[in-house]
Design a protein around this ligand. Structure first.
Ligand SMILES: [Zn+2]
Length: 316
């Protein structure tokens, strides 16, 4: 999740991913300017970018340490294909010379550094917490652990295509980085694409993924004008391939079924000078979504969906 925004969306039964896959595909393929704009308008109408100060870190620290969450530990290797390493595809090397920055949302150690991550940083349009703890499933599988796992899988897939992959953090620092530094890492790397990986902390019954695109902002250090169009193209490719790879439907609570949401309140997007999107892979607080998010096999599909979207974007 990002910034502790609480969503209030339409209340209807989420579609079954398998049965409605064709529909979901169509929806994502049609994830276009009007639809996404509609989604954004709707989002703004139901509460806006509630920059709720301390609420950004309101996620309750899970009662269990990540190491106690059985499913996640045992699931890490359950997606390895049997037999020998697959033969490289004809596309191998397609991303040679391309730089992709992967931004695993939050940091597993943020829970121990509340004061540091609550420090406000300037995101151009306003001031916002340096970073947040993120959310977790009801069983205590943290978003920070999820984002790192998907990021590792994504890195492997992108490197197979020849890309140079850089992380903003790898659970190897005591907290953060702050959102402004996360943006700066992509900028300084002159990244061809940046994706920030998250999972949401919405209400039970709210399901599905959404990709967050930068709105056009020009305030202070934020000037997204040059990256709005390219970021949208990146986000549309990722949304489409995420549907195909995972069978997940676009969010049923934001984005009006497009799987795309435009926001102007995220420092990681506002301060980016290179094409960048966020993806909320699912809702950790919904038990059906959580069953997917805690599955290593599903996370591999998620990584593949994101990877294929990036490849598609970078190859034009
Ligand atoms: Zn998050």
């Amino acid at each position: 999740m990002v910034a502790g925004v609480s969503y209030v969306g339409p209340d209807f039964d989420p579609p079954q991913p398998r049965r409605n896959r064709r529909r979901a595909l169509t929806v994502a393929a049609a994830a276009l300017v009007p639809g996404a704009l509609l989604g954004w308008v709707m989002y703004e109408a139901v509460g806006g970018p509630g920059d709720g100060g301390a609420s950004g870190n309101a996620a309750v620290r899970p009662s269990k340490a990540p190491a106690d969450t059985g499913p996640t530990i045992s699931a890490t290797n359950d997606d390895k294909p049997p037999g020998p390493t697959p033969t490289p595809t004809a596309d191998s090397g397609a991303l040679k010379g391309k730089v992709v920055v992967v931004d695993p949302g939050h940091n597993p150690n943020n829970f121990q550094h509340t004061a540091e991550i609550n420090r406000k940083v300037n995101i151009g349009t306003n001031w916002k917490e340096c970073d947040t703890t993120g959310t977790s499933t009801n069983d205590g599988y943290t978003e920070a652990e999820f984002t790192l796992d998907v990021a590792h899988r994504l890195r492997t897939l992108l490197q197979k295509q020849g890309a140079t992959v850089k992380f903003t953090q790898d659970g190897d620092r005591s907290w953060g980085p702050c959102v402004d530094e996360r943006a700066e890492i992509g900028n300084k790397a002159h990244a061809d694409a940046v994706v920030s990986i998250h999972a949401d902390g919405a209400s039970a019954g709210q399901r599905g993924f959404h990709v967050i695109l930068p709105a056009k902002v020009n305030a202070g250090a934020a000037n997204t004008g040059p990256i709005v169009t390219s970021s949208r193209a990146l986000g549309e490719r990722i949304a489409g391939s995420f549907v195909r790879a995972t069978g997940s439907a676009p969010s049923n609570y934001v984005g009006d079924g497009t799987g795309l949401v435009t926001r102007k309140d995220l420092g990681g997007l506002n301060l980016s000078t290179v094409p960048k999107v966020f993806i909320e892979c699912g809702n950790m607080r919904d038990t059906k979504d959580a069953a997917q998010l805690t599955s290593g096999a599903w996370r591999q599909k998620a990584a593949r969906g994101i990877s294929e979207g990036i490849v598609s974007f970078l190859r034009g």
